[in-house]
Design a protein around this ligand. Structure first.
Ligand SMILES: Nc1ncnc2c1ncn2[C@@H]1O[C@H](COP(=O)(O)OP(=O)(O)O)[C@@H](O)[C@H]1O
Ligand SMILES: [Mg+2]
Length: 222
C-alpha cells in the first residue's frame, strides 16, 4: 500500500504581479517502509515538494494523500495534529534550539503536552541509538555538525513517526560525516519500518531497492 501519494500536484507562488508555477503536476507513489530519494538540480522544486508531503504547505491544486488521509481536505488544526503524530522532519541546517540541551531538543515535539519521565527515558534511549549517549546535556554550540544532525535525527524519530522527511540532511556535513548520518538513518528506518523520503544532491547514498524520483523544472522525469 502507498504510504505517500501525490496526484497531479501543482504549486504556485506569488511573484511580481501574478503567480509563478513551481510544480507543474507531480504524481508519485511511495510504498510504506520504503526509502525514496528526490533528486534534481537546485531550484527544481525538491524542497517545495517535500514541504507539501509534510503538510507544511498546501498545493495550489492536486491531492496529497498520506497513509490514506487526504491532506488537502484537512483544517489547519487537523494538519498540526497530523504533522505532530505522523511526520518526522530533518533539515539541512539541523534547526536545533540553541539554548536547550541535546535531550531537551529531542523532547521539543512533546513540550506542548508535557514531558513525562517515560518520554525522558525514550529520548535518552534514542540519543544512545544515534551514538550520543555521552552528549545528553550538551548544547548545540558544543557539538559538531554531525552530532547536531544526530540530535535532529533523534528528535525526528523519538515519536515513532510513520514518515520521515529529510531535506538535504548531509548538505552541511563533510562526506565522511554524511556517510555516517546515512548509516544511522538507514538503520533506524530499517528497525522501525518508517517510510523515508530524502532530498539530496548526492547520489552516492542511493542503494539498490530505493525509489529514485528525479525532478527537473517542477516535473518528475519518467
Ligand atoms: N516561498 C516561496 N515563495 C516564492 N518562491 C519560492 C518559495 N519557495 C521556493 N520558491 C521558488 O521555487 C523554486 C523551487 O524552490 P525549491 O523547491 O526550494 O527548490 P530545490 O529544493 O529543488 O532547490 C525556486 O525557484 C524558488 O526560488
Ligand atoms: Mg531545497
Amino acid at each position: 500500500m502507498a504510504m505517500i501519494e501525490t496526484q497531479d500536484v501543482k504549486k504556485s507562488y506569488p511573484s511580481g504581479e501574478g503567480l509563478m508555477e513551481i510544480l507543474h503536476g507531480v504524481s508519485l507513489s511511495i510504498p510504506a517502509g520504503h526509502c525514496a530519494f528526490i533528486v534534481g538540480p537546485s531550484g527544481s522544486g525538491k524542497s517545495t515538494l517535500l514541504h507539501l508531503i509534510g503538510a507544511m504547505d498546501q498545493p495550489t491544486s492536486g491531492r496529497v494523500i498520506i497513509d490514506g488521509a487526504d491532506l488537502t481536505t484537512m483544517s489547519e488544526a487537523q494538519k498540526d495534529i497530523f504533522r505532530r503524530d505522523k511526520i518526522g522532519i530533518i533539515f539541512q541546517a539541523f534547526n536545533l534550539v540553541g539554548n536547550l540541551t541535546a535531550i531537551e531538543n529531542v523532547l521539543v515535539p512533546f513540550l506542548p503536552r508535557g514531558i513525562t519521565p517515560e518520554l525522558r527515558d525514550r529520548a535518552t534511549e534514542m540519543l544512545k541509538k544515534v551514538g550520543l549517549g555521552h552528549r545528553l546535556t550538551h548544547r548545540p554550540n558544543k557539538m559538531s555538525g554531525g552530532e547536531q544532525q544526530r540530535v535532529a535525527i533523534a528528535r525526528a524519530l523519538v515519536k515513532h513517526p510513520q514518515v520521515v522527511l529529510a531535506d538535504e540532511p548531509t548538505g552541511q556535513l563533510d562526506s565522511h560525516t554524511g556517510e555516517e548520518i546515512f548509516r544511522i538513518l538507514r538503520n533506524l528506518q530499517h528497525e522501525s519500518g518508517t517510510t523515508l523520503v530524502v532530498v539530496t544532491h548526492d547520489r552516492r547514498f542511493i542503494q539498490p531497492g530505493d525509489l529514485v524520483l528525479e525532478i527537473e523544472d517542477g516535473l518528475l522525469k519518467h
